[in-house]
Design a protein around this ligand. Structure first.
Ligand code: C5P
Length: 239
């Protein structure tokens, strides 16, 4: 896969105009754009259409977590919107994951089925919170692998994981399992609120399939230049 096919730009903006102009500027440099809660709650399916109209593909990052019947319905809706990828919380359980997968397969019929990714442990949660607030006794790194294996066993395409988790997920879940990694910062750029970060090259070396990059591109004074620099770094790492 070419570097630009592995780059997903996070459209963390609140207006359709901002989203449209970013996609217009970047669609030949990134294959996919991530529509998350802010943009989707602001504009609904119009946000997805805005990307598709300009030839971009969509990763719908709404992290579904509900009873199996409800998540199955939301999975069918994601298929009808024409997204290429969407995600759900593995914490919703095996029955929920399998209901989503079955619903997506049915709705897609003979069309391509979107990739369904599992969200493991949110990177904003530390070990103390997992234990004391959520009652999860495994250390976060072990919990991530435990859930990633469940997602794989339920037939999901892969997981969203922080750079630190790539190696162990790859080891336990094998090569065909997709790892989509946010928290990417080119060497020397601002870390913003991200704590566990990695450069594009290091994340690819560790085994990531797709990199999700937001602010280093979308808040750059020259988003195209920023994206090109990241793609160069990715290409150098894949050599
Ligand atoms: O701007 P930045 O590159 O930090 O954006 C990363 C994107 O990936 C954001 O949309 C953020 O919500 C998302 N994300 C993340 N960490 C996770 C899961 C998703 O940063 N564990």
């Amino acid at each position: 896969m070419k570097a630009r096919e592995r780059l997903i730009v996070a459209l963390d903006v609140s207006t359709l105009e901002q989203a449209r102009s970013l996609v217009a500027e970047l669609h030949d440099l990134a294959d996919m754009f991530k529509v998350g809660l802010e943009l989707f709650c602001s504009h609904g399916p119009r946000a997805v259409e805005t990307v598709l109209e300009q030839g971009g593909r969509v990763f719908l990052d709404l992290k579904y977590h509900d009873i199996p019947n409800t998540v199955a319905g939301a999975a069918r809706a994601a298929v009808r919107m024409g997204v290429s990828m969407f995600n759900l919380h593995i914490a919703g359980g095996a029955e929920m994951m399998m209901a989503a997968l079955e619903a997506a397969l049915q709705e897609a019929g003979s069309d391509v089925v979107p990739r369904i990714l599992g969200v493991t442990v949110l990177t904003s949660l530390g070990a103390g919170q997992l234990r004391d607030e959520l009652g999860l006794v495994r250390p976060p790194a072990e919990q991530v692998v435990f859930w990633a294996k469940q997602a794989r066993d339920c037939g999901l395409s892969g997981v969203v994981a922080s750079p630190q988790e790539i190696l162990s997920i790859r080891q336990h879940c094998g090569n065909g399992f997709l790892i989509v990694t946010p928290g990417i910062r080119p060497a020397g750029s601002a870390t913003d609120d991200q704590k566990r970060i990695s450069t594009p090259g290091a994340a690819l070396h560790a085994g990531a399939d797709y990199l999700v990059v937001g602010r280093p591109i979308t808040r750059a004074s020259e988003p195209r230049q920023a994206a090109l620099a990241i793609i160069e770094e990715m290409e150098a790492a894949s050599l």
